[in-house]
Structure formats: C-alpha cells, structure tokens
Write a protein that binds this ligand. Structure first.
Ligand SMILES: [Zn+2]
Length: 175
C-alpha cells in the first residue's frame, strides 16, 4: 500500500493537485489505474488525466446541449461557433484544460466537468440566443449550477431559507 501512496503522491504533484481535496471518483480512478497498470510514469499519467477530462467534457457537452435544446428549442452547437476549446499548453499547465465560454475545468471528475460545461452552455444560450436557461418553474427565475452530494445540479435561489435544488443537470439522473 505504501507503494501506491508514494505513486499517488508523485502523480498528484505532477498534475499540480498535491494537497488538494480531490473527489472520490478521481481517487478511485487512480486506484484502478494503479491496480491495472502499476506505476505509470508522470508524463503518461498527465496524458491519461487529460484524455479523461476531455472525454468527460465531450460527453457532458452532448448531455447539456441536448437538455438546453429540449427546454428552449435553441441549439447549443453549430459549425460557426467556437466557444468550447480543448487546450493543452505545457507552459500553462501539465494537463489539458477545457474552456467553455468563461467556465473552465481540468479535473477528470464527472460532476465537476458537467457543472463547468453546464455553466458554459448556460452562458452561451444567454449571450447568443438571449434566453435565460434553465428557469425555475416555481419561482420564474434563472437557475445556478450547484452540487448535491456528488451530483451536479441546477439550484434556485428562490423560496425559503437557502433556496432549493431543482433537478440534476443530467436529465437521466434522478435525485
Ligand atoms: Zn425556485
């Protein structure tokens, strides 16, 4: 086990995440990677981290764009648009970063990636189509990305106390 801890320690330094509280999903992925492939070297680990982040972002974009289109009738994609960008610049970061409008994410955690992509698509729908999305049916106001346990959700600030969770960002997920 100490070998795993040493390796994990080295890898988190390599991706500049040492000392951070990482999501359970990322730690599980690292443990599985180690079980399967042993001590993957640092450059390869940075590649795997980046590939996973980018793949999660592509799939999150499909999910969120579809959900936005279903709700608003407006497409959040198209060949003329360039508001989602996959950047890998070793001068800036050892791992790739996904930019979508003013949101960005570089951690291979599905909830964090989904939350960032949802913020970006929401911003796009607002700036390009002039439509507030999504809206709380109860309070008639725009929702915000939040997290409920380890799930990315749409939250409303209306109502009593500290607002309420409206639904999961991924329509396939029931809270
Ligand atoms: Zn509400």
């Amino acid at each position: 086990m100490s070998n795993f801890s040493d390796w994990q320690d080295r890898m988190l330094r390599a991706v500049w995440r040492h000392g951070e509280q990482l999501p359970e999903e990322v730690l599980t992925w690292m443990a599985e990677l180690y079980d399967e492939h042993g001590e993957v070297p640092e450059p390869e680990f940075c590649d795997l981290w980046t590939t996973r982040t980018f793949a999660l972002a592509r799939s999150a974009f499909e999910t969120v764009a579809r959900s936005a289109e279903q709700d608003t009738g407006k497409a959040a994609t198209g060949d003329d648009f360039r508001y989602i960008d996959y950047v890998r610049d070793p001068d800036l970061s050892p791992v790739g970063v996904v930019h979508i409008k003013s949101a960005e994410v570089s951690t291979p955690d599905s909830a964090e990636v989904l939350g960032a992509v949802a913020e970006g698509v929401q911003e796009f729908v607002m700036s390009h189509h002039r439509v507030t999305w999504p809206v709380c049916g109860e309070h008639d106001r725009g929702l915000h990305v939040g997290y409920f346990h380890e799930t990315a959700v749409w939250k409303c600030t209306g109502g009593m106390a500290k607002g309420h969770v409206v639904r999961a960002i991924d329509p396939a997920v029931q809270l």
